[in-house]
Design a protein around this ligand. Structure first.
Ligand code: C2E
Ligand code: MG
Ligand code: MG
Length: 761
């Protein structure tokens, strides 16, 4: 930057030095040459040096013009820069140079500013700061400073706010130190800042308006000043409807005063509160939101606004509720599962206790549901179960709760039901509802009844768990009544249930420890008195309890599945014993083995029999299987299939306990049977009961009519024997001849009596 009157000084020394550096060594060298070479060399020297000199001078001129051109450009740039500039000589604080912009702000010409004491330009009301800083700069304590000040127009008094940045410029030994000032128009900066702030605000407003969260701004008195569009969508009100009101207009009524007190106390202490809150939409719907509320404070710490952000969490809550539903529901029936039902029952008991009201818990166990699954497959089983659950559910009144407790178990609670006869009526209703047949679209029809165990509060138990346990025990009582029955809980039932569980474990152990024994009871030909066979009857020889009757443990084995291994053992042992006797030369006879309902229908009895025969070598025609009448009555078609497979092996089939199972005679005719065993219940009262005599007489005739042999069970007296003989009964067994005996005693008995019953004469 050039002050007025100064010109650039272009030093020619560079070009001269270059010339001298090249030309003089050459001249020296020329003078040392031989004389004949000096003249041409001198001429060449003059030519070359002339050329070099001319070139240097031209280069010097070119440099000078480039330099002066760039300096001018620089000068022009500074003169018209959009900032004010000045150079001040530190010595007398005189302005050495000022640009047009500064002169313009001060209402002066740049020339008139030159030489002016710059301190005179500092406004009188400047708090002396500029001058103090200038003094510090002069004294070398600082090398730059920045102040805000105003430039005042000399004529109009117009003030231009400026930011003045002053720096010390050391001249490096050429002239005195100067201060260079650059002044920026703060007005421009403020305008730019305001534009920036506007832009930011616009952006913020756009963001707020486009966010999916609802945003509400209120004043310090909670009056709504603005809401974004997400919030209007969320609540269903227009902005106009909300402005000026307080958020109390959204109150759902779901929160008590304590909730709002806690919210305000959190807000007042920390300036912030967040949590879940239920609000009400314009359409009245109450919905959950996640709310984040912040207080906005001014510099003095006073609350000026509240900003509230809402997230609608109703979808999330619905998902949670769905999960909750799933975790508490039985997937198949949609009913409450065991956990949920138990907690509902807990609540019901607590309510009943508070109201001193009774209630009834009923456990419904589907009769032979396992058979349904095994016969028709699990898909059908599921549909039958769903059907039963639906029918039972539909039959409950307002006061009934229902749940699925296990595979084939439903539980029902009737509140306010304490009367026995009323409970019986309800149980009958449930049985009737569950007994409706299920039909598949292609015409398959399945009927599965339920047995109902009833336990009453407070008569039988006073808490949910005991009530359920009591109802469970009572179901066993109902089951023993051949299905579709109800039974009230009795004290001894829990004992029986406990015993049943204990017995199941012990029975498994008994099989493993070889504590089972087979007893044999002779079967005698009534006409000849000869031994024709022996019925194998299982006994449990418990080391502590002694001999346990099959009447006690066979039902446990049946219901627990232990009947499978137990049945296999009996079959194998009976065949093995029969074969041993054959090998010993004991009288030719059949061995009759009892096959229970489950064993017959649910295990591979045909395969097991074939294995036992093969393993022992016992001939099939000597083996007789006794199947109870109820097994045939229950599922005649399947029974028929099994019996045909057994018959195909060559063994004999007997129907046991005939007269107790209400089997259809039409069905009976189709079964490939050999023997019909009249239940001892019809023999016991002969000759006193004319009914029994008539029935047994008819059964004998019927059996014969169907081409079967007939055996009377439990014959204890000679009268009974005579009566049966008179009716043409073929065989008998009973205490009259012998009690069931252990195998070795049986062998001895046969030998002692030479295969004849001494009672038959
Ligand atoms: P059940 O097959 O009808 O066997 C006849 C039952 O009557 C036997 O009882 C036998 O001891 C008894 N009994 C025989 N003669 C007389 C008599 O003159 N008077 C009286 N009062 N009773 C007589 P037990 O041995 O206690 O067997 C009871 C039931 O247990 C059997 O009835 C049978 O259904 C079942 N059972 C026995 N052993 C087995 C077995 O190995 N497997 C299966 N599945 N069940 C068996
Ligand atoms: Mg039997
Ligand atoms: Mg029998």
């Amino acid at each position: 930057m050039r002050e007025q009157g100064e010109h650039p000084r272009i030093p020619p020394w560079g070009a001269m030095a270059l010339y001298a550096g090249v030309a003089l060594p050459w001249l020296g060298a020329t003078l040392w040459l031989p004389e004949r070479l000096q003249l041409p060399s001198l001429t060449l020297w003059i030519l070359v040096s002339g050329l070099l000199l001319a070139r240097s001078v031209r280069n010097l001129h070119q440099d000078e013009s480039v330099r002066s051109h760039s300096v001018r450009g620089m000068e022009l740039l500074l003169q018209h820069a959009p900032a004010g500039m000045a150079r001040v000589h530190l010595g007398g604080a005189r302005i050495g140079w000022a640009n047009d912009r500064l002169a313009q702000w001060l209402g002066r010409s740049p020339a008139s500013l030159q030489g002016q004491d710059f301190r005179a330009l500092v406004p009188p009301d400047d708090p002396q700061e500029t001058l103090r800083l200038f003094d510090a700069l002069m004294a070398g304590r600082i090398d730059s400073f920045q102040v805000q000040r105003r430039c005042i127009h000399a004529d109009t008094g117009h003030e231009t706010p400026v930011l003045c940045t002053a720096s010390l410029v050391e001249p490096g030994g050429q002239g005195p130190a100067t201060m260079v000032c650059v002044l920026q128009d703060l007005g421009d900066i403020l305008v730019a800042r305001a534009a920036l702030a506007d832009e930011r605000q616009r952006l913020a407003a756009t963001v707020v308006d486009n966010t999916i969260e609802g945003v509400v701004v209120t004043d310090a008195h909670s009056r709504i000043l603005s809401v974004n569009s997400a919030f209007t969508r969320m609540l269903g009100y227009t902005e106009e409807e909300m402005l000026g009101k307080t958020p109390r207009m959204f109150k759902s009524g779901r929160h008590d005063q304590a909730f709002y007190d806690a919210m305000w106390s959190g807000l007042n202490t920390t300036g912030h509160w967040q949590g879940e809150i239920w609000n009400r939409r314009k359409n009245g719907e109450v919905f959950p939101e996640y709310m984040s509320l912040s207080a906005v404070k001014d510099a003095a710490g006073r609350v000026t606004h509240y900003v509230c952000m809402f997230t609608d969490i109703s979808a999330e809550k619905a998902r949670e509720a769905q999960l909750d539903f799933l975790s508490h529901r039985d997937m198949l029936t949609g009913l409450p599962n065991r956990a949920r039902f138990t907690s509902l029952l807990d609540e019901a008991v607590a309510e009943a206790a508070a109201a001193q009201a009774p209630l009834a818990v009923m456990l419904l166990n589907i009769d032979r549901f396992k058979d349904v699954n095994d016969s028709y497959g699990h898909a059908i089983g599921d549909q039958v179960l769903r059907h039963i659950a639906g029918r039972v559910h539909a039959s409950l009144g307002e006061d009934g709760l229902i749940g699925r407790m296990a595979g084939d178990e439903l539980a029902v609670v009737f509140k306010g039901l304490g009367d026995r006869s009323e409970a019986i009526a309800r149980a009958r209703q449930l049985i009737a509802a569950a007994g409706q047949p299920w039909s598949s679209p292609d015409g398959l029809s399945v009927v599965a009844g339920v047995s109902v165990g009833i336990c009453m509060y407070p008569a039988h138990a006073d808490n949910a768990q005991d009530l359920l346990q009591g109802a469970h025990a009572a179901v066993y009582g109902a089951k023993s009544r051949s299905g579709r029955a109800w039974c009230f809980f009795q004290e001894d039932m829990t004992q029986a249930a406990r015993e049943r569980l204990g017995m199941e474990a012990r029975l498994r152990q008994a099989i493993a420890l070889d504590h089972l024994r087979l007893y044999f009871q002779p079967q005698i030909d009534l006409a000849t008195g000869c031994l024709v066979g022996a019925e194998a009857l299982v006994r449990w020889l418990d080391p502590e309890e002694g001999l346990i009757s099959p009447a006690r443990f066979i039902p446990v084995a049946e219901s627990s599945g232990v009947i499978g291994p137990l049945g296999l053992w009996v079959l194998r042992e009976a065949c093995a014993q029969g074969q041993r006797w054959r090998e010993q030369g004991l009288a030719e006879m059949t061995i009759a083995v009892n096959v229970s309902l489950h064993q017959f229908l649910l295990t591979d009895i045909a395969g097991a029999t074939a294995d036992a025969l093969a393993a022992t070598g016992f001939p099939p025609q000597c083996l007789e299987l006794e199947i109870t009448e109820s097994a045939l009555a229950e599922r005649p078609e399947e029974a028929l299939g099994v019996m045909r497979r057994l018959r195909a092996q060559g063994l004999r089939l007997a129907i046991d306990d005939f007269g107790t199972g209400y089997s259809s005679l039409a069905h009976l005719k189709r079964f490939p049977l050999d023997l019909l065993k009249i239940d001892q219940g019809f023999i016991r009262d002969i000759p006193h009961s004319s009914d029994d005599m008539a029935i047994s007489g008819s059964v004998i005739a019927l059996g014969h009519a169907m081409g079967l042999k007939v055996l009377a069970e439990g014959v204890e007296t000679r009268e009974q024997l005579d009566f049966l003989r008179g009716k043409g009964c073929d065989f008998f067994q009973g205490y009259l001849c012998s009690k069931p005996l252990p195998a070795d005693e049986f062998g001895q008995w046969v030998q002692a009596h030479q295969g004849r019953c001494p009672a038959v004469s």
